[in-house]
Design a protein around this ligand. Structure first.
Ligand SMILES: Cc1cc2nc3c(=O)[nH]c(=O)nc-3n(C[C@H](O)[C@H](O)[C@H](O)COP(=O)(O)OP(=O)(O)OC[C@H]3O[C@@H](n4cnc5c(N)ncnc54)[C@H](O)[C@@H]3O)c2cc1C
Length: 394
């Protein structure tokens, strides 16, 4: 299990620079050539393309790496990062990546626990959506459209500018991106009353593996279902969401009780477990576990591993499972680079999706039969999935 570490917010100044195919290396020249030769009926993109030759490549890449264990030199990096500022720029990226054998990793807020939005062993391009973060709130209709690069904090802020009596039931952390969060579910303080973020999405726009931009009507209800909890990255690049806002009181009460183990924290947690499901739906009580001494990183990871093992008898079993937004590659990974021997276990879709996994495989087969949107934890199309063996080879 990989554990995220968090940094304080760093202000980064982006230097936008143009790309020149002639100046690139690492075999991605063909991709850049393809992009530069693309018929120019799309908004210009050259100033939004960053290769390792650009002085701002590293700052752009690191600006949204929230698991600091993946900021090291040895973390595999994208050949190219592209930050589109219009959705029409995305289809050429997909078509050129396909033509030149590069894979796509899509990043919205960069909070993926395993860093799968910006690291991979295969040659890849990151589509970073931070420029697609516009939020438009219609307080009268109680809806909002937001770009998939909008963070939860931006959404909450824009809602509050229009009404203090409206809110949206999503996660706690303001820097989390809506692209990954909503497509994996999205759980927060209003979950008991209004469900998850994904339950409150009423439309979306996605660029699919053919490079077509689809909305709810044109994508159909199966794909629309899949991207609300199945994770977006297996199906395409989600560019925008339309959400239903919910009623909230103008004033809320927040309280915090801190207890150490010596102060009977265990007993408190046990009591909380027995009453929490039955309290009023307007009350949300959660538990935050903190280690309060200063260990070095490895000792901290070791402690978390011991905690993970300690909890095993008390969590889901046969198999142990997890919420897709808290991804855990210890459950297994797809065979993205060929040799299955590289991985301890094949990707275990049922551990995240249970009985929904079969339907997700069918949707994937329908919308991306060639498995273009594949990655270490993607849903496979049916022909590459062998459920009796429990393995996936892509
Ligand atoms: C500090 C922190 C706090 C968190 N708090 C909560 C919480 O309160 N509640 C909760 O439910 N979860 C929480 N999470 C988990 C979080 O919801 C997931 O990590 C989520 O996937 C992050 O989305 P992102 O866009 O920021 O991440 P990214 O790393 O950008 O993306 C995560 C995954 O989604 C894919 N993806 C991203 N954008 C798109 C897109 N536009 N189209 C297609 N695929 C896309 C990526 O390729 C990757 O596979 C938290 C995580 C952290 C690190």
């Amino acid at each position: 299990m990989k554990i995220p570490s968090f940094s304080t917010l760093t202000l980064i100044i982006f230097f936008i620079s143009t790309f020149s195919p002639a100046a690139t290396a690492d075999g991605h020249d063909h991709f850049l050539e393809c992009l530069s030769e693309y018929p120019d009926n799309h908004a210009p993109i050259s100033h939004l393309v960053y290769t390792k030759a650009n002085s701002s490549y590293t700052s752009i890449l690191q600006a949204a790496i929230w698991n600091l264990r993946f900021t090291t030199e040895s973390t595999p990096k994208p050949h190219v990062i592209i930050a589109p500022d219009h959705e029409s720029q995305i289809p050429p990226i997909i078509r050129c990546a396909k033509q030149t054998g590069l894979e796509i990793r899509t990043r919205s807020g960069g909070h993926d626990m395993e860093g799968l939005s910006y690291r991979s062993q295969v040659p890849f391009v990151v589509i970073d959506l931070f420029n697609l973060g516009e939020v438009t709130v219609d307080a009268e209709a109680k809806t909002a459209w937001l770009g998939a690069g909008a963070t939860l904090g931006a959404l909450y802020y824009h809602i509050s500018q229009k009404s203090l009596l409206l809110g949206f039931p999503a996660g706690f952390c303001p820097t989390v991106g809506s692209g990954g969060h909503f497509s994996g579910g999205g759980d927060g303080t209003m979950v008991r009353k209004y469900g998850m973020a994904a339950d409150n999405i009423i439309d979306a726009r996605i660029v699919d593996a053919r490079g077509k931009i689809l909305d709810r009507e044109s994508m159909g209800e199966d794909l629309f279902w899949a991207i609300r909890g199945g994770g977006g990255a297996s199906f395409g690049v989600i560019v925008a969401w339309k959400v239903l806002l919910v009623d909230v009181p103008e004033t809320v009460t927040v309280f915090q009780v801190s207890k150490t183990l010596e102060q009977n924290a265990t007993e408190l947690v046990q009591k909380w477990q027995s009453v929490a499901p039955y309290t009023d739906k307007d009350l949300f009580v959660g538990i935050l576990l903190n280690r309060i001494d200063n260990e070095n990183a490895q000792r901290y990871v070791d402690w978390v591993k011991r905690y993970y093992d300690y909890m095993t008898p008390y969590v889901s079993s046969n198999p142990r499972s997890a919420y897709v937004n808290y991804r855990d590659l210890d459950f297994g990974v797809n065979n993205v680079v060929g040799g299955r021997a590289m991985h301890r276990r094949a990707f275990g879709g049922k551990r995240y999706y249970k009985n929904n996994f079969d339907r997700l495989v069918l949707v994937k087969t329908m919308v991306d039969p060639e498995n273009f949107f594949r990655f270490e934890a993607s849903i496979p199309p049916i022909h590459s999935w062998s459920s009796d063996k429990g393995v996936c080879s892509i």
